[in-house]
Design a protein around this ligand. Structure first.
Ligand SMILES: C[S@@+](CC[C@H](N)C(=O)[O-])C[C@H]1O[C@@H](n2cnc3c(N)ncnc32)[C@H](O)[C@@H]1O
Length: 302
């Protein structure tokens, strides 16, 4: 079983950021062959993709560590003030989405994290396994805030080729990243704020990964998504609790708040999972505000 890329990346992080390396290793549960097979395949393809961009894996590691450095600063502020540093969409738009250089390293960093962070990997696994159930039901698929595009890229491999695939993302950098990264060239990209997006159809399946915490009013966002979801359609959402980042606005303090939001918008939960960002007890999660990534398949309550 090859561990070539993973070992190399961990070794590099160990040299460049020993403190983060310790945390990464502590929370690493990837000992099974299945993980290494999937992750090595991803990094093989990703390295090839980077080459087409005249970049290397070292560049991607640097992007990842820049994202981590931002997160450390945000975390210090969060524990000092109990708030995220940005409170409005305008602030985040100026600070992040409209800044190509920041968005570029951020999206590479996030993409790397899907295979380096246990809870990100577990969420991706949960989504991909569950998506198989929808193959015969889904003729249209929308991703809101696709960022790097990994999720929709995987979905195009699982769902039927006749499926209509669309992306909406506010950031030009994310849209361009997705256009280059996703090999399926039939995906339609819309660079738009989701609140300004309109569609001629209602989608059978919508995915919105880690976007709810990026808006001032997640209730308004879920209602908007409900309007473009087929009455019998499925929405997959993920959002973290207590996760300071340069572009996070809305603070969910616990999973119960997320569930409450879902139900109050007229949805019901089909299935849900939560993954902790750190391998610690529930008591420590609550005491130290350890971030939990919550994900759920939901549908409109009849
Ligand atoms: C944290 S990334 C999530 C990437 C990917 N979905 C994931 O789960 O890793 C958030 C993405 O949502 C986009 N985004 C944030 N607010 C948005 C809005 N109001 N409308 C459309 N896209 C938005 C950002 O540009 C970014 O690409």
């Amino acid at each position: 079983m090859s561990k070539q890329h993973i070992n190399y990346i961990f070794d590099q992080i160990g040299v460049l950021n020993p403190i983060h390396f310790k945390k990464l290793v502590k929370n690493r549960v990837f000992s099974d062959n299945a993980y290494y097979e999937v992750a090595e395949k991803f990094f093989d393809n990703y390295e090839r993709y980077l080459l087409t961009e005249h970049q290397t894996l070292e560049y991607a590691i640097d992007c990842y560590l820049r994202m981590i450095a931002d997160m450390y600063i945000e975390t210090i502020e969060f524990h000092r003030t109990g708030k995220y540093t940005s409170q409005t969409f305008d602030e985040v738009n100026k600070r992040v989405y409209a800044k190509p250089e920041t968005m570029e390293y951020y999206m590479h960093g996030l993409l790397m994290s899907q295979f380096l962070w246990r809870h990100h990997y577990q969420m991706l696994e949960y989504f991909l396994k569950s998506l198989n159930i929808y193959v015969d039901r889904v003729t249209s698929y929308l991703e809101i805030g696709a960022g790097h595009g990994l999720y929709i890229s995987k979905a195009t491999e699982i769902l039927k080729t006749s499926t209509r695939f669309e992306v909406v993302d506010i950031s030009e950098t994310s849209i361009n990243f997705g256009k280059r990264f996703i090999s399926n060239k039939d995906v339609v990209f819309n660079q738009k704020n989701i609140f300004e997006y309109d569609s001629d159809i209602r989608f059978d399946f919508i995915i919105m990964g880690e976007v709810l915490e990026h808006v001032e009013d997640p209730f308004r966002l879920l209602k908007k998504v409900k309007d473009i979801l087929n009455d019998d359609g499925t929405l997959f959402i993920t959002t973290p609790t207590n996760a300071p980042a340069i572009d996070h606005i809305y603070l969910f303090k616990n999973e119960e708040e997320i569930r409450h939001l879902i139900l109050s918008c007229g949805f019901e939960i089909i299935s849900e999972k939560s993954f902790s960002s750190e391998d610690v007890s529930q008591e420590k999660i609550e005491k130290h505000k350890v971030s939990i990534l919550y994900g759920a398949f939901i549908r409109v309550r009849k």
